[in-house]
Design a protein around this ligand. Structure first.
Ligand SMILES: [Zn+2]
Length: 210
C-alpha cells in the first residue's frame, strides 16, 4: 500500500496523500501549467482524464478530485462553508507560473471566500533536498531560496506556495505545509529525483461527503 499522509487542517473532509486512492477519483492530464478544470458530477471520467490541466475544482458533493505527483507539491483546498474543493499539482514550473493562486481563483468563482479556505500541502521534495540551477532559483522569491557556500541553491517549494496562498487571501493558520520530504523521508514516498521515470505516483485526493 505504501505510506500515507493526512492533514489536520482538513479535518471533516475526506482526503489523503497515498499511492491508493478512491477508484472513482477524477484526474486530468497534467502538463505543469496553470489550467484549472471545473468538474461536474455528470462529466465522463475518461474524457476528463484526457483534458490537459494541473488543477481540478468542484462544488459537487461525493466527487473525489485527485492529482498525481512524485516530488511536485500536491495541494488540496476546501471551503467548509460552500463545500467547494480543489486539488492542484504544483512542481516548480507550476508554482512559478501560479497554478495554486489559479485554483484559489476557481474556488472564489464557485462562491468560496479565500479567507475561509483550508489548504493542505502534501509530501513533496523539501528544502532539504530540492537543489536547483540558478535559472530556476531566480524565479522564486528570496525567502524561499537558500544559497549555500558549496553546491547548488535549494528552493522551498512549499514555502513558496504558502506565500502565494497568503497573498491570495488565505488565512495563514489555515495552511498546512508540514509534510514529509519525498526524497529523503525513510517511509519511501515516490520521488522522481530519487527513482527516475520508474517512480510510482502519489495521489493527493479530496472529497466532500455526499
Ligand atoms: Zn529531503
Amino acid at each position: 500500500m505504501g505510506p500515507a499522509h493526512t492533514s489536520a487542517v482538513l479535518v471533516g473532509i475526506e482526503h489523503g496523500f497515498s499511492i491508493a486512492a478512491p477508484a472513482d477519483v477524477r484526474m486530468v492530464k497534467q502538463v505543469h501549467g496553470t489550467v484549472v478544470i471545473e468538474v461536474a458530477a455528470s462529466d465522463d471520467p475518461m474524457r476528463l482524464g484526457a483534458c490537459e490541466g494541473d488543477a481540478l475544482a468542484t462544488t459537487a458533493p461525493g466527487l473525489a478530485l485527485g492529482v498525481r505527483s512524485a516530488d511536485c507539491v500536491p495541494v488540496l483546498l476546501a471551503d467548509p462553508r460552500t463545500g467547494a474543493i480543489a486539488a492542484a499539482h504544483a512542481g516548480w514550473r507550476g508554482v512559478a507560473s501560479g497554478v495554486v493562486p489559479a485554483a484559489v481563483g476557481a474556488l472564489v468563482r464557485l462562491g468560496a471566500s479565500a479567507s475561509d479556505l483550508r489548504v493542505a500541502l502534501g509530501p513533496s521534495i523539501g528544502p532539504c533536498c530540492f537543489e536547483v540551477g540558478d535559472d530556476v532559483a531566480a524565479r522564486f522569491p528570496a525567502p524561499t531560496v537558500h544559497v549555500r557556500a558549496a553546491g547548488k541553491p535549494t528552493v522551498d517549494l512549499r514555502h513558496a506556495v504558502a506565500l502565494q496562498l497568503a497573498a491570495s487571501g488565505v488565512t495563514p493558520d489555515r495552511i498546512d505545509v508540514d509534510a514529509p520530504c519525498t526524497f529523503c523521508d525513510p517511509a519511501g514516498w515516490p520521488s522522481y529525483r530519487r527513482q527516475g521515470a520508474a517512480a510510482s505516483r502519489l495521489i493527493g485526493w479530496i472529497r466532500q461527503p455526499s
